[in-house]
Ligand binder design. Structure first.
Ligand code: NAD
Length: 546
């Protein structure tokens, strides 16, 4: 069955809030959006939008039938109840993949999944706000820009980045590097994945073999040309080989699906045997995957020892390599403490929106609105212009940009006005990744190395979901295990619909103030002065501060 979101202004559901949830749920499974829609898998290894096809049908049916004062409850991708609430309440409340801490490990999760009792929701797969690879592109662009600022005088021109994984998220890396004027060599074990990035223009070329790939990227690096080259092979073999050849690499990272050992192909396993082997012998496969990740990470550390800028890009590969027996796995940092935390202190994070009309012209108009709202932000302007030119939409047209506290609600209110005036042809949904400043506890990623050591405190994402529920978000989700895998993270999401009504404006103002506000207070609480400055300048009330 091929699933695509409806476009245009005629509704299947009873009001735009539920129509929005229905369209975004279906959009997550659009074959142009999802990595394996036939299995309900959206991205990130096995991140799913619904538990099974009967659940998919039932969620679709219930969203179409929901009244404006009812709330659908979704438990790990399965609709389990509809309750009478009120107009300010979310239309959907979602809890995905949550387990009691002592049981929160992959074998137990997989046992429950095999029994049909749960599913893996990743971050935006099970919360219906995945917008294709663009969703991560801007964050990846920001990260590589931060690397450029830190080490390479503000540009990656004349540098070579080596990474692996060209999946749903990892596929953003080549374009993010070339947008920062650098050269990228991307190792991907599955030729179809590499091909897909080529077709969507995220990747410029695929080399015939390693020799020609190396020759091409070194020539481009020398010429200061911005180009991305894919090479098909196993990163655990190719990266050590690049090290052995002493290729002059400047930056090394990785976005294979290392968070889930069954989604990382070990050395010596053929691509076509992957799924059957992982399914039939998960423990043995895990052991082999971890051993390969140990080899892979050892090569990353080897590059670091030679002076390259090396970082973990949020897939838990250091943790898995350590389990695979490599004891220097944590020699290099994660990307959040290395580059992103100062942004989180300002409540900055991945603000995203999609046009329910399906009309790209609506996104072009919102892009223009963003440029006019924040004229002084040059990096934002550069991004919005480049995205308009270079990003292919997947599914419903959508955009992302990083906005902070005191900014997000301005954008949301502006979009709502544009819907009300008819400037936009249909409502806009406004959401974000769970990877945000105040919505996640993930000690290997967003909360790695917090100043006060509070990395594993998971009260914050729960408060985030509660405050978004109390503030009028249209759907709110609490997930476990996204990004870095089962047992390693708890996170929350919200999506709010701008349907042009006065009620929507009131909800938007509260949600898009309180949601990033959680990031500010979380970082004040952890002792960050940057966050204190933002809180006092913008009047964020924090009882224990003065
Ligand atoms: P994905 O499953 O869509 O893609 C992973 C890719 O890695 C696949 O194409 C796969 O073929 C390839 N791969 C697996 N083993 C390999 C090997 N040994 N050598 C080379 N290639 C191999 O996953 P995704 O959505 O791209 O996410 C990738 C990782 O990044 C996940 O762990 C995810 O949780 C994490 N992630 C990070 C961020 C972030 O902001 N840093 C955000 C979201 C996800």
């Amino acid at each position: 069955m091929v699933v695509r979101a409806d476009r245009g202004t005629s509704l299947t559901a009873k009001q735009w809030s539920t129509e929005a949830a229905l369209r975004m749920f279906h959009n997550n499974l659009d074959p142009d959006v999802a990595e394996r829609p036939e299995d309900l898998v959206v991205y990130g290894g096995t991140g799913k939008a619904a538990r099974d096809w009967p659940s998919f049908e039932a969620i679709s049916r219930e969203l179409a039938a929901l009244e404006a004062d009812e709330t659908l409850l979704v438990q790990s991708g399965r609709p389990v109840g509809v309750m009478r609430t009120h107009e300010w309440a979310p239309r959907v409340l979602i809890a995905n993949s949550n387990l009691v801490p002592d049981w929160a490990n992959w074998p137990e999760f997989r046992r429950l999944e095999a029994e049909g009792l749960t599913m893996y929701g990743q971050m935006t797969a099970g919360s219906w706000i995945y917008i294709g690879t663009q969703g991560i592109l801007q964050g990846t662009y920001e990260t590589f820009a931060a690397v450029a600022n830190k080490r390479f005088n503000g540009t990656l021109k004349g540098t070579l980045t080596v990474t692996a994984g060209l999946g749903g998220m990892g596929g953003a890396q080549p374009l993010a590097v070339t947008m920062n004027e650098g050269v990228a060599l991307c190792i991907e074990v599955d030729p179809h994945r590499a091909q897909r990035r080529l077709e969507t223009r995220y990747l410029d070329e695929v080399a015939a073999d390693l020799d020609s790939a190396v020759e091409r990227v070194l020539a481009a690096k020398a010429a200061g040309e911005a180009v991305s080259v894919g090479v098909v092979g196993n990163a655990a073999e190719i990266l050590p080989e690049l090290l052995r050849r002493e290729v002059a690499v400047d930056i090394v990272t990785d976005q294979t699906s290392a968070h889930d050992p069954l989604a990382y192909l070990p050395i010596g396993v053929a691509l076509e045997d992957w799924q059957d082997y992982a399914a039939s012998k998960p423990e043995e496969f895990t052991e082999r995957a971890r051993a390969s990740m140990a080899t892979h990470v050892e090569a990353m550390v080897g590059f670091m020892d030679r002076g390259a800028e090396v970082f973990d890009y949020g897939n838990s590969i250091r943790g898995e390599a350590q389990l695979g027996g490599y004891d220097r796995a944590f020699a290099f940092p994660g990307f959040v403490p290395a580059y992103i935390r100062p942004l989180f202190c300002e409540g900055k994070g991945p603000f995203r929106w999609a046009a329910l009309s399906g009309d790209p012209a609506d996104i072009a108009k919102t892009d223009q609105a963003i440029l006019e709202l924040f004229p002084e932000n040059e990096q934002l302007a550069r991004w919005i212009k480049m995205a308009g030119e270079r990003v292919e939409f997947q599914g419903l047209p959508a955009r992302i940009c990083w906005l902070g506290y005191d900014e997000r609600h301005l954008a949301g209110l502006k979009f709502n006005e544009m819907v009300a005036s008819g400037e936009l042809s249909a409502p806009i949904v406004i959401g974000r990744d769970h990877l945000d400043c105040g919505s996640v506890a993930s000690p290997y990623r967003e909360t790695e190395a917090m100043a006060d050591g509070s990395d594993a405190i998971a009260d914050w994402p729960l408060l985030n979901a509660l405050v978004n529920t109390a503030s009028g978000a249209t759907w709110v989700s609490i997930h476990h295990g996204g990004g870095v895998g089962i047992g390693r993270s708890i996170h929350a999401g919200q999506v709010t619909v701008a349907d042009g009504t006065e009620l929507a404006a009131q909800k938007i103002e509260r949600v898009l103030t309180n949601d990033p506000g959680m990031g500010v207070i979380r970082h004040v609480d952890a002792g960050y002065d940057e966050a204190r400055t933002v809180a006092s300048a913008k009047g964020v009330r924090i009882p224990m501060e003065g």
